[in-house]
Design a protein around this ligand. Structure first.
Ligand code: APR
Length: 255
């Protein structure tokens, strides 16, 4: 992992070593939240076009509201796991940790991470159907019902990015990734663009790691595959970085 240990003076954040994390559904799997593309994953049991497209929303908003209400119930009864917690602790230990997540759950924030960017939305928020800037945080236990309207009189919908809709904050995510001293990709199949393309935004010498039990199967060229579950692999890396204060690989993962 040449060059990785050297702390680089970043343009955006001063001299703290800057870890950028790109997380996906797999980081929340051990908190009991389903992933999308597993054999028994969400998309195996729910037709994407019915619950995750603007067309599906127009056709049957009640069905879509119920689908995300079930997601919310699952998330509310879940707890951050060791991977979420380790990243929050690294931030507390003097590292700059930016989390770019595709997840619509709030487990990174509940673990204590301060710098979390939801690129595919946050299901704990509702938003206007006519103006995506009108976002309404849901209170504990609150759900969205037909007839709940935004300030412009449109039906409220989940604040989730559906297929065919623009990703949120992409330019900011690209800029932050370009500033990373290390890119850690956790629990994403890298199937969905444009977010999966962020792995190519790092500076040329910056190392990229992928933590995923199937990493060896699909890690892109030049990305180091660490075939571990998130709650096992991420704490191992974080402990090592906190002890050494260098972005090197612990022996467990070397070679
Ligand atoms: N630890 C780490 N990774 C895991 C774990 C675990 N315990 N369990 C499963 N995984 C991995 C799987 O091997 C898979 O590579 O998590 C990944 C989940 O991939 P997907 O289900 O495709 O989810 P994700 O990549 O987050 O999907 C991207 O697609 O459906 C849309 O908008 C939705 O944000 C989502 C986007």
């Amino acid at each position: 992992m040449g060059g990785a240990g050297r702390v680089r003076r970043s343009t955006l954040g001063g001299s703290m070593p800057h870890l950028v994390v790109l997380s996906g559904a797999g980081i929340s799997a051990e908190s009991g939240i389903e992933t999308f593309r597993a054999a028994e994953g969400l998309w195996a049991n729910h037709p994407v076009e019915a619950v995750a497209t603007p067309e599906g929303w127009r056709r049957d908003p009640e069905r879509v509201l119920e689908f995300y209400a079930e997601r919310r119930r699952q998330i509310r009864s879940a707890r951050p796991n060791a991977a979420h917690r380790a990243l929050a602790e690294l931030e507390g230990a003097g590292f700059r940790v930016t989390i770019l997540t595709q997840n619509i759950d709030d487990l990174h924030e509940r673990a204590g991470s301060k710098d979390v960017m939801h690129l595919h939305g946050n299901v704990m928020n509702a938003r206007s159907s006519v103006d995506p800037r009108l976002i309404y945080p849901l209170a504990e236990g609150e759900e969205i019902s037909l007839g709940d309207l935004c300030d412009k009189g449109s039906q409220l919908r989940p604040h989730v990015v559906w297929f065919g809709e623009p990703v949120l904050l992409l330019d900011a995510a690209r800029e932050l990734t370009a500033d990373a001293d290390l890119l850690l990709v956790v629990g994403t199949s890298l199937n969905v663009m444009p977010v999966a393309g962020l792995i190519d935004e790092v500076a040329f010498h910056v190392p990229r790691l992928l933590v995923d039990p199937r990493a060896h199967e699909f890690a892109p060229q030049g990305v180091k595959a660490l075939s571990r579950r998130a709650a096992e692999g991420v704490p191992l890396l974080v402990d090592h970085w906190r002890r050494t204060r260098r972005f090197t690989l612990p022996d467990t993962f070397a070679g």
